[in-house]
Design a protein around this ligand. Structure first.
Ligand code: IPE
Ligand code: IPE
Ligand code: MG
Length: 239
C-alpha cells in the first residue's frame, strides 16, 4: 500500500463519511451476541479514524446512532450508549493537545440519552471548537430529516422570511465542514437510512459488502481508488 502516493493525489476526497453497518451480522456469523459486534465495530472505528487522518483527509463524518435506533432492544441501546461514553472519553484524552475538532451531530438535549453522554458530548465540542485541523463529526441520535427540521425551526425563530442555501447551511451541524465528497456504507445495504440528507445531495456513494468490524485499511484504500476514478459532474457535462 503506497500511502504517500495516495495522499498526494489531487483527486483525494476532503470529506468522507462512514455509515457503520453490519456489526450485528458480524457477531451473528460468529455465534456471538450483538454487543460483541458493536465492541468490535468500535475498535475498528478508532483504527479507521486514525487512518483517515494519516491519509490527509480533512473531515470525517460517522453515523453512530440514528434517531430510529431507539427502536432496538433496551439492552442493545444501553450498550451502545456505554460505547459512546467511552468514545467521548477517548476523544478528550487524545484530541485536546492536537489540532482536532470534534463535532457531534444530533440532538444532545434528548433525555433518552444518558446525562453523562449529553454532558461529555457538549464538553468536547466546546473544548475543541476553535481548532482548524482535522474535523471528526460523530452523528449520534442523528436523523437527516430531524436536522432539516431543526434548521427550519431555528430560522423561523429568527424571523427569517426568505432562506438561501448559504443561510440554511450555516445552521447545519456540519456548517464548518467541507462539502461531503464520499459516503461509504458497509454491509451491502444500499440505502441512506436518514443520514446527512442535505449534505449528501452531490456526494458519491459506495456500498462494500464487508461488515463494519472487518472493513480494513485495505478496503478503505480500495474505496478511495474507486472514488477517485469516478467523474463528478454536478449536473454539468463531461470535460
Ligand atoms: C451498525 O450495525 C451499528 C449501529 C447501527 C449502531 P448494526 O447493529 O446495524 O448491524 P446489523 O445491520 O444488524 O448487522
Ligand atoms: C443506520 O443503520 C444507522 C447507523 C449506521 C447508525 P441501521 O442498521 O440502523 O439502518 P437500517 O435499519 O438497516 O436502515
Ligand atoms: Mg444495520
Amino acid at each position: 500500500m503506497n500511502i504517500n502516493k495516495l495522499k498526494a493525489d489531487p483527486r483525494m476526497p476532503k470529506h468522507i463519511a462512514f455509515i457503520i453497518d453490519g456489526n450485528g451480522r458480524w457477531a451473528k456469523k460468529r455465534h456471538l451476541i450483538r454487543s460483541v459486534g458493536h465492541k468490535a465495530g468500535f475498535e475498528n472505528l478508532k483504527k479507521q479514524i486514525q487512518f483517515v487522518q494519516d491519509l490527509g483527509i480533512k473531515n470525517l463524518s460517522m453515523y453512530c446512532f440514528s434517531c430510529e435506533n431507539w427502536k432496538r432492544p433496551q439492552d442493545e441501546v444501553d450498550y451502545l450508549m456505554q460505547l459512546f461514553n467511552e468514545m467521548l472519553d477517548e476523544f478528550k484524552a487524545e484530541y485536546l493537545n492536537k489540532d482536532i475538532r470534534v463535532i457531534i451531530s444530533g440532538d444532545m438535549d434528548d433525555e433518552r440519552l444518558p446525562k453523562i453522554v449529553r454532558e461529555k458530548a457538549k464538553e468536547i465540542v466546546e473544548l475543541t471548537k476553535n481548532k482548524t485541523g482535522f474535523i471528526v463529526n460523530a452523528c449520534i441520535n442523528y436523523g437527516g430529516r430531524q436536522e432539516i427540521l431543526k434548521v427550519t425551526n431555528e430560522l423561523i425563530k429568527e424571523g427569517v422570511k426568505v432562506v438561501d442555501e448559504a443561510t440554511f447551511n450555516s445552521h447545519l451541524y456540519t456548517a464548518d465542514m467541507l462539502p461531503l465528497d464520499f459516503i461509504i456504507r458497509t454491509s451491502g445495504e444500499e440505502r441512506t437510512s436518514n443520514f446527512l440528507m442535505w449534505q449528501s445531495a452531490y456526494s458519491e456513494w459506495y456500498f462494500p459488502k464487508s461488515l463494519w468490524p472487518s472493513f480494513s485499511k485495505k478496503d478503505l484504500v480500495k474505496a478511495l481508488k474507486i472514488y477517485m476514478n469516478r467523474e463528478r459532474r454536478f449536473g454539468g457535462v463531461k470535460k
